[in-house]
Design a protein around this ligand. Structure first.
Ligand code: F6P
Length: 552
């Protein structure tokens, strides 16, 4: 079966399964979660699924058994399973770029066989992991020294998008597992302030740069990498020969790496069948592996693999990513939900939602289907969120009483990390907040309940909570490397499921190209006052004002 054949290729909104869902939605009307729970006392026990260490409670969703059956029928009709199998088989399901989508091979065990273009990619994956392990071990032990013979104290990852967000997020998540004597910094923005703040207190003799870029042509990364190289050579008062001990590269593009002046022996490769936003368990994770060590990194990969296998083999009724994806389809299509909040009750997950923004929004922020026709259904939501309890004191007001329906994921852990010591005592309070928010969002507070508290009548509408705000609660024992891998894979396959149902290519990102091209064109107008053909009147007056403000 070719890639296109793996999808249903049709119009989603003309499927009978879609019509059946629309009709079902009509019939549900404004039935609320209180009624659903009253009518079905077994719901709390039944609406849950376990995948690896992750326990998912989805009882607080505006669904019934019939909804779930109809959603699964939609998944079947849209060929989610067939496309999934085509992905795992290495078929070129990224049709607009004619590429296979094989991030799952990055975490396949050493003896697995995953072929694309007639070649088993697994040996190469493990060869790079082994090289990364050896390098990370040298930096961690101090055996890798800089140009002047001093050991490395700080590792600076320079990359952007998928070459930054993954390692930067995972480094925060796994901080308790990191070599605390080493410092890790992540520079992404072409705003010179990013690099400046990262480098201002560093000693070049003890600093190692990892330049991470799939293409090695991304202007932000190359600009920052050049500036970092100048900083290093200036600081060491050395020539280009010093670069080899202070710069390594992660890329698919050996020619550009060599052109930059990095020894190909110091390059860790990956492949075009790894999408940028799916790449942090490839060599893009080199900074992370250096921080946590190869063993912990492999535990994380095993966590990914566990959920890959679950997604590939679990029956639809117990398939957690499939279920999460279908719930999102339900709210987008039939409740006009535009957004999805991911709210981790863990400080260590501070950058988790930012990571998911690229994963989800770059994958499913599309408005034509795989055949290039405009879609007439909602695709990817706006994904946002920050750790609880902070968000409760900022934007939760809108979640509880605003006019928008924002389905949310609440993520929490039973065990706080050991090194918190006496601060572990605060963990129950943190988790009490998570459970309280799930309950308040789902069941709200009726006007009668408010009145019963003796509140003055004119105050009652203000203090009433409508409820029926759906949440999935994801609970695990502890935030380990494996659990992190499981969580990310869960979301990857959720995003996959939604893209398959919506019949869009989740693996290209043409929408980021236009801005890149225009920026290149506009830059000479800012620096030299060059004429930019085709500049609109608004932008050209902004350019003129900018130049005037800069005294040009
Ligand atoms: O701008 C989009 C994008 O292509 C992302 O998909 C990617 O993660 C990022 O840029 C960085 O690209 P690269 O790794 O090639 O520098």
């Amino acid at each position: 079966m070719n890639a296109a054949g793996a999808t249903f290729g049709g119009r989603l909104d003309r499927l009978p399964e879609w019509a059946a869902l629309a009709e079902h939605r009509e019939r549900l009307g404004d039935v609320g979660l209180r009624e659903l729970f009253d009518a079905d006392p077994g719901r709390g026990e039944r609406y849950r699924v376990q995948v690896g260490d992750l326990y998912l409670d989805y009882g607080k969703h505006l669904v019934t058994d019939e909804t779930l059956t109809l959603l699964r029928a939609l998944a079947e009709a849209t060929g989610v399973g067939a496309l999934r199998d085509a992905m795992f088989r290495g078929e070129k399901i990224n049709t607009t770029e004619d590429r296979a989508v094989l991030h799952t091979a990055l975490r396949a065990p050493r003896d697995a066989v995953v072929e694309t273009d007639g070649r088993n990619v697994v040996p190469a994956v493990h060869a790079v992991l082994d090289r990364m392990g050896a390098f990370a071990g040298q930096v961690r032990s101090g055996a890798w020294t800089g140009h002047t013979g001093r050991r490395i104290r700080t590792v600076v990852n320079i990359g952007i998008g998928g070459s930054d967000l993954g390692p930067a997020m995972a480094y925060e998540v796994l901080r308790p597992y990191t070599a605390r004597e080493l410092d890790f910094r992540f520079v992404s923005n072409v705003d010179g302030a990013d690099l400046h703040e990262a480098l201002r207190d560093l000693d070049p003799a003890e600093t190692l740069f990892i330049v991470a870029s799939k293409t090695f042509t991304t202007i932000e990364t190359i600009t920052n990498a050049r500036a970092a190289r100048d900083w290093l050579l200036r600081g060491l008062d050395a020539g280009a020969e010093a670069v080899a001990r202070h710069f390594v590269a992660v890329s698919t593009n050996a020619d550009e790496v060599a052109a930059f002046g990095i020894d190909p022996a110091n390059m860790f490769e990956f492949w075009d069948w790894v999408g940028g936003r799916y790449s942090y368990d490839s060599a893009i994770g080199l900074s992370l592996m250096t921080a946590v060590g190869p063993e912990r990194f492999r535990e994380m990969l095993d966590g990914f693999h566990l959920v890959d296998e679950h997604f590939r083999t679990a029956p639809p009724e117990e398939n957690a990513p499939l279920l999460m994806g279908l719930l999102g389809v339900w709210y987008g299509a039939f409740f006009d939900a535009q957004a999805h909040a991911v709210l981790p009750y863990s400080h260590y997950l501070a950058r988790f939602t930012a990571y998911l923004q690229q994963l989800d929004m770059e994958s499913n922020g599309k408005s034509v289907d795989r055949e290039g026709r405009p879609v007439t259904w909602q695709t990817g939501p706006v994904v946002w969120g920050t750790p609880g309890t902070n968000g409760q004191h900022a934007y939760f007001q809108l979640l509880h009483q605003g006019t928008k329906l924002v389905p949310a994921d609440l993520i929490g852990f039973a065990e706080p990390v050991a090194e918190l010591g006496p601060l572990r005592d605060q963990h129950d309070l943190l988790m009490a907040n998570l459970f309280a928010q799930g309950q308040a969002l789902a069941f709200g507070k009726t006007a009668e309940e408010v009145r019963a508290e003796g509140i003055a009548e004119e105050q009652v509408p203000h203090r009433t909570f409508p409820g029926n705000r759906p949440t999935t609660t994801i609970l695990a024992t502890a935030l380990t490397p494996s659990v992190l891998g499981q969580l990310i894979a869960l979301y990857e396959h959720k995003v996959f499921t939604q893209g398959a149902v919506w019949n869009i290519d989740s693996f290209d990102q043409w929408g980021v190209e236009l801005g890149k091209v225009l920026a290149k064109r506009i830059e000479p107008a800012l620096t030299e006052g060059a004429d930019v053909p085709g500049l609109d009147a608004s932008t050209s007056s902004l350019v003129a004002r900018y130049r005037a403000l800069r005294g040009r």
